[in-house]
Design a protein around this ligand. Structure first.
Ligand code: AMP
Length: 396
């Protein structure tokens, strides 16, 4: 049994359906440079429109302080129309008479995009008057923006309390994938946490040690853990002030029966750039003027060997400075191994959060993993075990 309603529970014919979507796409010189997020909301829009609902899109764009034409959703609505293959009308305000007139002009099956919700301070404040002004435009509310669900804003949370609410297709897919990964996962579960710093992922590590059997720590953050084990990491990125915290996380993991895997060897270089002189070195043999920039071959082999007996993988953060060759080696090798196991039906693999999506793209495995979440902050907060207000409100 699902704990939230879905589009199956909605009879949209003739209704004004307020649909919260993620239109926060990268735009370069007025042109959408990556349409992944637009593509992801099409199934929800088509589902509602094809059943005679009037689709009224709500979204934020950027971080405007008040009305700012540079952060208008107008060009994004136009780009959406070409992906959708049907006109998308646009209203230059998301509340008030302009919005009301645009909604009143809609026929069943039409799609309308309202202007950036963040042009109004009431959006981020979740102001009841602003919620009411939005709610006046619709009969029901559909939330399809998992990526904004960690925020309790008017269009992401408030509306769910004043209108009948359900999850859209993308939200549903995301929640189901995440539930498979950490909710009721097939065990054993491995988490890979990499990236630059421990400081940004403390809560995440703290939550994972009590949820997974194996926690693989990679990237710059592994250096702080190596330091905590008494090793010298030379000039590597290392948060010396968090060495004690790293020891506490190790102790918590031990108490919870979670094995922490750290790199045993590394690619070490003296300069932070692509293709510098570098060598494979044991982590106990890093010189004072060297940096650890990727995990080495023995570490990769150990992680891949452990993956063979893993049933579920949750991954955030690269193993190394993957933007610079050859320090993408470990990330690519482990991603390919995980993708192959997933394709063979032996592994459920879920990866997400910021740089992880570009790392998986770089490894060419995006279509082969079970699920790649494009949500940044919301994915991390979910990995941290925090309730997401936008999701909780759908359960109410
Ligand atoms: P995050 O946003 O925390 O996932 O961190 C991603 C960033 O961590 C990427 O830009 C990587 O280049 C960087 N990174 C990963 N491993 C290392 C490392 N060993 N040294 C320096 N930077 C690293």
């Amino acid at each position: 049994m699902r704990s939230f309603r879905t589009l199956e529970d909605l009879k949209p014919a003739g209704l004004r359906v307020l649909v919260r979507v993620d239109l926060n796409v990268p735009v370069e010189n007025g042109v959408v440079s990556d349409a992944t997020r637009l593509e992801r909301i099409l199934p929800t829009i088509r589902n509602i429109a094809s059943r005679g609902g009037k689709v009224i899109l709500l979204a934020h764009f950027g971080r405007p302080k008040g009305r700012d034409p540079k952060e208008s959703l107008a060009p994004i609505a136009a780009a959406l129309a070409s992906h959708l293959g049907q006109p998308v009308a646009f209203a230059a305000n998301c509340i008030g008479s302009v919005a009301a007139a645009a909604v009143a002009a809609m026929q069943p099956g039409d799609v309308l995009c309202l202007e950036n919700t963040r042009f109004h301070a009431g959006e981020e404040k979740n102001d009841p008057a602003f919620v009411a002004a939005l709610a006046a435009l619709g009969d029901v509310y559909v939330n399809d923006a998992f990526s904004a669900a960690h925020r309790a804003h008017a269009s992401t949370e408030g509306l769910a309390h004043v209108l009948p609410a359900c999850a859209g297709r993308t939200m549903q897919a995301e929640l189901e994938a995440l539930d498979k990964a950490l909710g009721k996962p097939a065990r054993p579960v491995m988490a890979i946490v990499g990236g630059a710093k421990v400081s940004t992922k403390l809560e995440l590590l703290g939550n994972l040690v009590s949820k997974v059997e194996v926690l693989v720590i990679g990237g710059g953050m592994a250096n702080t853990f190596l330091r905590a084990r008494g090793l010298d990491v030379g000039k590597s990125l290392c948060e010396h002030d968090l060495v004690a915290t790293a020891r506490e996380i190790e102790a918590k993991a031990k108490a919870a029966g979670c094995e922490i895997m750290l790199p045993v060897d590394a690619l070490a270089a003296k300069e932070f750039k692509a293709n510098p002189g570098h060598r494979v070195a044991d982590v106990s043999d890093i010189a004072a003027d060297e940096m650890i920039l990727d995990a080495g071959p023995k570490s990769i082999e150990a992680v891949i060997a452990r993956l063979q007996t893993t049933k579920t993988l949750v991954w955030n953060g690269p193993f190394g400075a993957f933007e610079l060759e050859p320090f993408d080696t470990a990330t690519v090798a482990v991603a390919k191994a995980a993708a192959a196991l997933t394709l063979a039906g032996k592994l459920v693999s879920v990866a997400g959060g910021g740089d992880t999506v570009s790392a998986m793209n770089h490894a060419g495995v995006v279509d082969d993993m079970t699920y790649i979440s494009t949500a940044g902050g919301a994915f991390l907060e979910w990995m941290e075990g925090k309730p997401l207000p936008g999701v909780e409100a759908l359960k109410a």
